[in-house]
Every structure is written in C-alpha cells, then in structure tokens.
Design a protein around this ligand. Structure first.
Ligand code: BES
Ligand code: ZN
Length: 463
C-alpha cells in the first residue's frame, strides 16, 4: 500500500493536468448539438482506461450516447468490483453567471477549498470523480498491487436519466457480473467530516402544458374575461402544497417510508448548521415540510419542485399580451417505497382534475427512477468505511442524500448486486449550477482512498 501511495504522490500533478483535458470537452448529453463532443469524450475515457492498463476496452454505441467498458481480471480467487460513473455533464447555462469558461478549467482557492478547486462543468459531477478511479486503478496496477478484479462501466447519459443503460445491463449480464458496484457520484459532509451515502432519492419528472384561447390575445381587449393560462398554471402549481408544505396530490404519501424516531435521532447527529446553510445561499430563511429538519427535508422526505416555467412574452421591454399557452417542468423526488410511475400517474390525474374548465391541460412524463437505501452491515460498506477512516483520520458517517442516480436501483434488479456510494464532492461545489468546482484536496483524497477500498474489500470478501 505504501508503494501505491508513493506512486500517487509522485504523479499527482500529472493526474490533475490530465483531468483538465477531460474537462475541456463539452460532453453535454441533453443537447443534440454536442453529440460529437459526447462521442469524443467517450473515446477519451476509453483512451485513459487503456493507458491505465485496462483490457477489452470498448466504446459501445446505444440508441443515445455510448457506454465505455474496460476490465482487468486477475483471477477467480478475487472478488469483482464494477466501477460505475458518468462522463456526460449538465448544460452550462446560464453561461453569463460563470466567472470563467465552463469548459476552460481554472484552479482557484475558495473559503472551503484553501488548497484550490477546479472550476469547470463536470469537475465534480462526475468527470473528476471518475478520473479518481482511473488514476487509483493505474496506481495499483503500476505497483502490481491490484487485489480485486475490476470492471469499468462509464456511461454518457446519466444526466438525462440513463435511458439506455438498463437495456445494456440486461444484454451484458455476464460481462458485468460482479460482487459489488462502486460509485463516486455523491458527496461528503465536509472535508473534515467524511461520510458515506447510504440513500438516494428517486425521481418522477413531468412536463405540463396549459392551453387557453386558440391564440395570443390583446390583454386589454380580452384580459379579465378569458382565462390566462399563465395565471391558471401558477394557481394550479401553488395549490400543490398546503400551508404546511405538504404535497396535496391524493395518495402521494401512501407508500412513503416512515423513518423511526431512533433513526431520525441517529441522523440528527450528522453536523448541520442552518445559519451557515442560509448564509451560504444568501437566503433569510429555509422553507419546507412542517415537522422535519433541513437535512430530513432533503433526504428522507419526498418533494415537488418546478424546475422551469414559461409562457407569454419574455423578450425586451413590455408587450401587452394574454398568452395562449403556459408550460412547466416539474420534478418530484421520491423516497422508499414510492414508485415513480405510480407517482407520475397520481400527479397527472390530480393535475388534470384541478384544471378549471376554461383551459385544457396535458401532462407529459419524462424519465424517472427508484429511490435506494444501501445497507451498512456489508463487506463493501465496511471496506469503504475503513478506507475513509484511514485516509481522513476520522470514521465516516452514514448519510442519506437528496439527489438521484436512477441506475443504482436497476443494478439491484438486473445484476442482483448492491452499490457502495463513496463520493467525495461537497454540496457547495455547485454541481448543475454555474461555477461548478471540485476541490483539489477532494480529488487527491479520492485517489488515495480508493486503493484502500480495494485492499479492504479483497480481505473482507475472502471466505
Ligand atoms: N451526481 C448526481 C446525483 C447526486 C448529487 C447524488 C448529489 C447525491 C448527491 C447525478 O449526476 C445527478 O445529478 N443525477 C440527477 C438524476 C436525474 C437526471 C435522473 C439528479 O439527481 O437530478
Ligand atoms: Zn448530475
């Protein structure tokens, strides 16, 4: 192990430089204009896997963006770890709010990252974290110290719902056979408070369209007599929460897991400071479901949020118009044991039922995903726990998080294996926002921790 750690410290600067090359590729999966860049990024992942020593590296086309695979098999005696991650990124908009180009990585110090942070789209989510795995793998191989079989599956559609990955897993069950999936696409509480993610929320995502009159109207001639779809949509959306910020869709909470008082008390031990939270976001107060703490609201409770809303005139100056249509994109984060399709169905039925007869309403479902909770009494959890304890000098805290990685539930269903969510980002790293960044400390800490995971896992998994 010492040799591996020495190799890492000797090659640190090169590792960072190489990551910056990845970050220069705008692999935005949501925007068809970037299809070529996404392809180029897949090739770049394959190149680095090959250079690190992986065998059978391939870039497999799908109906969407390609999936990159590579492996190193050392023998039947050793357990097999499947490393999953994604090389696609979210769109960079709003571009104007970036202090430097989203695909021109720069390293700057911040209050939380005194050693510097890499500013670029995808630096934390998830290229920087995938690269930690590639470099940890290179380091173990270079020192002839790889104790497990390793398979890499790095996809290009996580940010658009992993719509083609399920099929790939089903068609490649044998190739992907493994004992555990290892994922770094989540965070830790703070750089001096390590944590391991043991829960992710699910997702149901819909787009709604409200249609009023058959054309845009003069808001003076018709305003007051004809339903304005934008006004109606706002009324409908605001009725989706009551005064306690409970969601009003009938049946929405039916399957929600009630977390026990004991578990809630355990969760409350994780450090969280509402004052610092508010200050960091420049908000005077937090808001959420009555009876729950901030951390509970973003982890064990389901939510409903408008992600985007539009309609009518949004150009320069003022145009007096009563728009013919209004739209919104709405996401619902789900908790165990809510079912994404059932929730979408409940939403659609309710949303249509509350529409006044003066408008027509359409609900179009987008992607979704199941929530997951991972156990803590497994060899993989212990391996991650001990690895982080070694490199951070402090035992990590198990923590449920609010984001979603829809494919994790599918790994359980299709491959029959659990995942361990050992991520190294911070909530304040601005993933999906302008000025996304990833701490240089976190990048190196990840590379150092991963080899410990492998060696612990190989030992713990031994019969
Ligand atoms: N890395 C995130 C998920 C995440 C972030 C989990 C922080 C836990 C903490 C992932 O790339 C992501 O953004 N997922 C999407 C999924 C969606 C597009 C289906 C999400 O959560 O919005
Ligand atoms: Zn993301």
């Amino acid at each position: 192990m010492q040799q591996v750690q020495d190799y890492i410290s000797k090659n640190k600067e090169r590792f960072l430089e190489e990551l910056l090359d990845w970050l220069r590729i705008p692999s935005i999966s949501a925007d068809p204009q970037y299809k070529g860049d996404v392809q180029r990024m897949a090739e770049a992942v394959a190149d680095k896997l090959r250079a690190a020593g992986a065998d059978k590296v391939e870039v497999s086309p799908t109906a969407g963006h390609p999936i990159v695979y590579g492996e190193k098999i050392i023998g039947d005696h050793a357990p097999t770890v499947l490393v999953y991650g994604h090389y696609d990124v979210q769109p960079a908009d709003p571009i104007d709010l970036w202090h430097s180009g989203p695909f021109e990585p720069v390293i700057k110090k911040t209050e939380l990252h005194p050693q510097g942070a890499i500013f670029a789209r995808g630096s934390c989510d998830d290229k920087g974290q995938v690269y930690m795995h590639v470099k940890a793998f290179e380091s173990m191989l270079a020192c002839d110290a790889l104790p497990c079989n390793v398979k890499f599956m790095i996809e290009g559609e996580e940010e658009v719902g992993s719509v083609n990955l399920g099929k790939y897993c089903e068609e490649n069950r044998e190739k992907l056979r493994c004992d555990v999936v290892l994922i770094s696409d989540t965070g830790i509480i703070a750089n001096d408070v390590p944590s391991i993610t043991v829960g992710l929320r699910g997702l149901s995502y819909v787009e709604v369209e409200v249609t009023g009159p058959n054309r845009d109207l003069h808001s003076g001639i018709y305003g007051g007599a004809v339903a304005n779809p934008v006004n109606v949509l706002c009324d409908m959306i605001s009725s989706l929460h009551d005064e306690n910020r409970h969601i009003t869709i009938p049946g929405f909470y039916d399957d929600v897991e009630e977390v026990s008082t004991a578990d809630r008390a355990e969760m409350a031990k994780a450090p969280h400071n509402d004052a610092a939270y508010k200050k960091a976001l420049d908000i005077a107060d937090v808001q959420g479901e009555a009876g729950f703490t901030t951390h509970e609201r973003v982890s064990i409770r389901p939510t409903l949020d408008v992600n985007g809303i539009w309609g009518g005139y949004i150009g320069e100056g003022a145009k007096t118009v009563l728009p013919g249509k209004a739209f919104a994109k709405i996401s619902m984060r789900l908790v165990p044991h809510q079912h994404p399709e059932k929730i979408t169905e409940l939403f659609a039925r309710h949303f249509k039922s509350i529409a006044p007869v003066s408008v027509k309403v359409e609900v179009r479902p987008h992607h979704g995903g199941f929530p997951v909770v991972t156990p803590t009494d497994t060899p993989e959890y212990k391996a991650a726990h001990n690895a982080m304890e070694t490199t951070f000098g402090k035992a990590p805290i198990p923590m449920r998080e609010g984001g979603s990685i829809p494919i994790v539930a599918l790994f359980e269903q299709v491959l029959g294996v659990k995942s361990v969510l050992m991520g190294f980002g911070l909530n304040s790293d601005a993933i999906h926002s302008p000025n996304e960044h990833y701490g240089v400390f976190n990048f190196y800490k990840g590379i150092e921790t991963i080899p410990h995971f492998y060696s612990n896992y190989a030992q713990l998994k031994q019969k």
